[in-house]
Design a protein around this ligand. Sequence first.
Ligand code: COA
Length: 261
Amino acid sequence: MAMYKTLLTDLTDNILTVTIHRPDKLNALNKDVIAELGEVVTEIYDNKEIRSAIITGSGQRAFVAGADISEFMGLSREEGQALSAKGSDIFFRIASSPKPIAAAINGFALGGGCELAMACHFRLCVTTAKFGQPEVNLGLIPGYGGTARTTRRVGKGMAMYLCLTGEIIDAREALRIGLVQRVVPAAELMNEARRIATTIASKAPLAIAACKRTINNGAHLSIDDALELEALEFGTLVDTEDIKEGTRAFLEKRKPVWKGK
Ligand code: COA
């Protein structure tokens, strides 16, 4: 594993835990964090020992309290667009990763923090977590996919509400609107994230990658195109070694041994 300045990493049992580590700034995403997130995503794609990843924040208070506001002053229009495009590109690679990436949200997930969490494949949070897209308070709009992904995660009405009011919502409300999938006590967050990652890692790898791809790509299609895509992806799996192993193991009443082939 590479060493990072703003990220702590731990690879145990094929699960990479990435901890964003700027606790004195509530893990705000400055240029260094964004650049290093890009590098670690490449590592997640390329390192065969990594089967899934969990992104969390350092300390007790914040997952990520947003993009680093101190870097917004004096930007030109082109620099602003480049800043947004770079973060969006990295978050898009997180969302498109063939390996599952979870957000373990240990506190504030505001602005870029909420956007980072939404780019992950599923989200768990502690009971004290807080979410919001408060960019309008600064004279801005979300820049790392916040308008696009809130709409897709919680629907257009709730996306409008969150982005226009900048309101901060708690974990219970985030669960109610479907922004997070699970709320747990702080002491259980990482164990629960690892339990889910381990469960996913125990399934057939090609099926997991195809399932993610189909949901991601199908989400933007009409229902008939999405069903056609599903049939195509289903078809690519039926002559794999893994489906033979999966069905044989079921009939022989044993656990399958996946090859990812
Ligand atoms: N960018 C840069 N620094 C940030 C930050 C951000 N998004 N969020 C917090 N920080 C820094 C604070 O400036 C402070 O640094 P300092 O100790 O050097 O002054 C430190 O983190 C602690 O934050 P503080 O505001 O003192 O904590 P708090 O408990 O009073 O408030 C928040 C917590 C999250 C409500 C508050 O920090 C906040 O509103 N942050 C910005 C949220 C935001 O607008 N995010 C979207 C950005 S686009």
